[in-house]
Design a protein around this ligand. Sequence first.
Ligand SMILES: Cc1cc2nc3c(=O)[nH]c(=O)nc-3n(C[C@H](O)[C@H](O)[C@H](O)COP(=O)(O)OP(=O)(O)OC[C@H]3O[C@@H](n4cnc5c(N)ncnc54)[C@H](O)[C@@H]3O)c2cc1C
Length: 456
Amino acid sequence: MKKDGIIKALKDIVGNDFASNEPEHLYIYSQDPGASLPRPVDFVVLPKTTEELQEIVKLANEEKIPITPMGGGLTLSGLVIPVKGGIVIDLKRMDQIIEINRYSRYALIEAGVTTGKLLSHLKENYPDLEPPIPDAPPSATVAGNVLIHGSGYLSQKYGDQGAMVNGLEVVLPNGDNAKLGSCALSNYWFAKGPIPDMIGLFLSSFGTMGIVTKLSLQLQPKPKCRDIVFGLMKDPNNIPELLYQITATDLAEDVLLGMQDKPDWMKGYVFVMTYITAEKKEDLDPQVKLFKRLYRKAGANYMKAPKKMQDLYLQKPIFAAGAADYRKGGGFEYVGANMPLEKIPEAYIKGAEVSRKFGIPPTLGSRLIGGTHNIVMFFSYSFNRADPDDMENARSALEETNKLALELGGIPWKAELGAQKQILKKMDPNYKKLFFRIRNLLDPNGIMNPGNWEEV
Ligand SMILES: Cc1cc2nc3c(=O)[nH]c(=O)nc-3n(C[C@H](O)[C@H](O)[C@H](O)COP(=O)(O)OP(=O)(O)OC[C@H]3O[C@@H](n4cnc5c(N)ncnc54)[C@H](O)[C@@H]3O)c2cc1C
């Protein structure tokens, strides 16, 4: 079918206003806020229902047109910029909060629900519950975050957001609509099993296995009070023992670390922020005392968190974009990498060396995930979007950082194309074989976000 026929067929499915191949509409879908170069898009379509989505997928299969699902498009690593053109399926119109189950503590939502929408819905209607969402802009979708193993202020206690999924409804590459988890047999989306667990196939596969239309996500009890115990340490080598001790208390809600050259007073230190919670304010004091002792033992100085920081960080979740754009060039991207805790000191030291090598002031951070079982490291690079050389420089720094993360035994997170290649190169061959066999079985025409997770 020619382009005219395809746009007509898409409009027949979703209505005239929600499909386009006009250059002015496609422009925004050909790029993202990160350092990736723009890539062309042929069509954009915004379905409202699962049935419309199924028809779009069937059409794409018949015509062998690539499709790329998109939530907020905010990963920064170019994951929603099509590699081989085709149709971007923008899911933002599928934005219904279907159910909040208070006793089983989950939210059943459509894939286009943004983190901002879910958060305000709970604040207004269920103030004793909170959702696992990232510190990303509120226009990021809950699904987009969950589907990349995102993390946020609840991850230290409960694991990454992928660990908090109870169930998915997915449109498979042939157009079938499958329910995964307890929802496959029950009206209650309360658990993943106990049945063979296939939910993991759809996480961090970047839309190559299917398109999620609904998901159930665990909610957690919301504490009444919060405080931050803030510390500064000179020697990154003390980080693993300190974090081991902090998590052994079972009192920390969230633990964030960072090392940055700006503002000047932070240069040369690693900062540690442990979030503590309680039902009453006075119950926070003994916890502060306990953590002060632990900090001191690990060679870190306790410091009253500056007022500005308290204001910013205690309004959880924070929206980090303002802090990210400190060079005012409008460009910011980071390599996230999940790492074993014992390699974190090296990650800070070598990560800062990479930044300096590329002339970018080091801005490194990390967050514990599920106790000390996992820690996600952020190597951030800001750049001036108006300067192509500066953007190329950031891309080179990202490439070298991905290499470093893999050398240290970590795994680049929400990996952009270059990082995906590095991961596949290092991966156990039989893991790879299994992955590609499943993918080819599900998607024999290779229409699902092609170019991602592909060997060249
Ligand atoms: C300032 C800033 C701060 C950030 N802080 C954090 C943070 O604290 N924690 C964190 O985890 N992330 C963070 N991020 C990264 C990112 O913004 C978030 O992870 C965000 O939630 C991604 O959601 P999205 O809707 O933008 O996903 P998208 O970019 O739209 O999609 C992500 C991936 O999932 C696929 N996808 C999307 N929807 C579907 C679907 N329905 N079915 C199948 N595949 C789908 C896409 O094809 C893509 O591969 C931050 C980003 C910025 C800019």
